[in-house]
Design a protein around this ligand. Structure first.
Ligand SMILES: Nc1ncnc2c1ncn2[C@@H]1O[C@H](COP(=O)(O)OP(=O)(O)OP(=O)(O)O)[C@@H](O)[C@H]1O
Ligand SMILES: O=P(O)(O)OC[C@H]1O[C@H](OP(=O)(O)OP(=O)(O)O)[C@H](O)[C@@H]1O
Length: 225
């Protein structure tokens, strides 16, 4: 790697919304401020108050891809996203810190009144709609339940209401979205929070710039735990 590329700022990949919002206090704890917000700016590369760090704004599920290919040195992604990414691209990402941000639960949910226990014990196939195909498949395989998985990219809560699926596997935080759609959570698949992920090569070649930030993030996230 040339000395010029070593002088480039580090690139941190974030998704806009809750991960961006909840990362700002962690960056502030590391002494870094970000003047522009992805909610008000259309820019996808955001400078920070540190000449050593810039942000890129990508879809939540694309964060691991940018980091794995080295287009970003590091990033922040939910365990839900990392689990699905690892199924397709095993290895390659170092996950040093659970940041304890964007906390929620990955759950199985059904229409209120649907007899989930009976459906599961009848041995018939359950139709499950989800964005989290890998996590759902493993959850039901461990229970010995046959499932047909229907992959969706959003608005999972609709699927049981219109007869697309018997159950969904989706993220639940306050439970407000389930309640508004007359659904109930019947099982927890996993506890979710966001992790820092680091490109393996950056970890070796850019340690002098990276390590102080990783240390500051680790300290700030412990305060969140
Ligand atoms: N209601 C919630 N409460 C807390 N954390 C959440 C909640 N929903 C999602 N998360 C976490 O925040 C991460 C980012 O969620 P966000 O809604 O910003 O992206 P997304 O719409 O799921 O992803 P994409 O844009 O790639 O489809 C999720 O991967 C998950 O880890
Ligand atoms: O239990 P609650 O507090 O209601 O949160 C759960 C909702 O949060 C997430 O959606 P989000 O708000 O991120 O919308 P989107 O992913 O569909 O953009 C998730 O997909 C659920 O729909």
């Amino acid at each position: 790697m040339s000395p010029a590329s070593l002088d480039k700022p580090l690139t941190l990949a974030l998704s806009k919304g809750r991960i961006f919002d909840e990362t700002m206090p962690l960056l502030a704890a590391a002494g870094v401020e970000v003047a522009e917000s992805p909610e008000s700016s259309r820019k996808l590369i955001l400078p920070t108050s540190s000449p050593d760090l810039q942000l890129i704004i990508v879809r939540a599920s694309d964060v691991p891809t940018y980091v794995q290919y080295g287009a970003a040195d590091f990033g922040i992604a939910g365990k839900d996203v990392l689990y699905e990414h690892a199924a397709q691209h095993p290895g390659g990402l170092y996950q040093p810190i659970d940041l304890n941000i964007a906390r929620c639960r990955l759950c199985v949910a059904v229409r209120r009144g649907f007899d989930y226990e009976a459906a599961v014990h009848q041995g018939s196939r359950l139709r499950v709609a989800t964005k989290y195909v890998q996590a759902a498949r493993e959850h039901f395989a461990a229970k010995g339940v046959y499932v047909d998985i229907i992959k969706l990219y959003g608005s999972m809560e609709l699927a049981p209401l219109v007869g697309l699926a018997d159950a969904i596997v989706d993220l639940v935080s306050t439970g407000g979205t389930l309640k508004a759609n007359n659904l109930v959570a019947v099982e927890e698949v996993a506890q979710i929070s966001s992790r820092l992920i680091v490109n393996q090569a950056s970890l070796k070649t850019r340690a002098a710039k990276l390590q102080p930030l990783l240390d500051a993030f680790a300290q700030a996230s412990q305060a969140q735990a």
